[in-house]
Design a protein around this ligand. Structure first.
Ligand code: ADP
Ligand code: 5GP
Length: 210
């Protein structure tokens, strides 16, 4: 792990609806050195989402041009849409000493991990239980039963990647989860890694995928 005075990269992944966007925004809001990487996507904006702030919303042709121009650190097809992280703004932030937060999936995380000497720390966020996760999805996608079903169907596949991450945290109470992530981040910035109880996490995941 690179520990320099330069910025670091912190990835948050989870099954849809667990709360990683909420957590990432909270980290950015409360800590001036942290900036969320704004991804490009071909999906349509949700109500309230702002182009350039939540995502750069682009058409498939433009996304394809970015792929062909080798502009992406990573990209993936998720739920029939493309999502990707353009390299240049991230590199600029890192060299300005900023810490960059990524709300990306396991496919993107795998790709980042393959790039040598990135100052990368990865988090996988779990829901407290399935009922709460469904409630959170319902809250976000009111009356979109089909979409929620689709996202729940992906749950087992997504959660199976938890072992590929440096840390696993549970987003039960938002404040508690946020503080835990921040504590780990601040330690990592000092070059201190924390160990987690893998057996306990495996048990928790086992219960979630039953
Ligand atoms: P994700 O980015 O993982 O898909 P979001 O951050 O969009 O998930 O959160 C999904 C929904 O759950 C949102 O309505 C959000 O406000 C809510 N939420 C997130 N974390 C919590 C929490 N700890 N307790 C209660 N609701 C939460
Ligand atoms: P949503 O459509 O709910 O905003 O995001 C769907 C999924 O895409 C989430 O798992 C989110 O983490 C992931 N995602 C968002 N941006 C990127 C990206 O740039 N790259 C990858 N690989 N995944 C992304």
């Amino acid at each position: 792990m690179l520990t320099t005075t330069n910025g670091m990269m912190f990835v948050l992944s989870s099954p849809s609806g667990v709360g990683k966007t909420t957590l990432a925004k909270k980290i950015e809001k409360n800590n001036s050195n942290f900036i969320i990487s704004v991804s490009h996507t071909t999906r349509k904006p949700r109500p309230g989402e702002i182009n350039g702030k939540d995502y750069h919303f682009v058409g498939e042709k433009d996304f394809d041009l970015l792929i062909k121009g080798n502009h992406f650190f990573e990209y993936a097809r998720i739920f029939d849409n493309y999502y990707g992280t353009v390299k240049e703004p991230v590199l600029k932030l890192l060299s300005a000493g900023k810490d960059v937060i990524f709300d990306i999936d396991w496919q993107g995380t795998q790709q980042l991990k393959k790039i040598e000497s990135l100052p990368l720390v990865t988090f996988f966020v779990l829901p407290p239980n399935i009922e709460i996760l469904k409630k959170r999805l319902l809250n976000r996608h009111k009356e979109q039963e089909k979409l929620i079903k689709e996202r729940m169907n992906k749950f087992n596949e997504e959660i199976s990647h938890w072992k590929e991450y440096n840390y696993v945290v549970i987003n039960d109470d938002l404040e508690t989860c946020y503080s835990k992530i921040l504590e780990i981040i601040m330690n990592e910035k000092k070059g201190i890694n924390q160990t987690q109880n893998i057996d306990e996490i495996a048990k928790k995941v086992g219960k979630l995928i039953k």
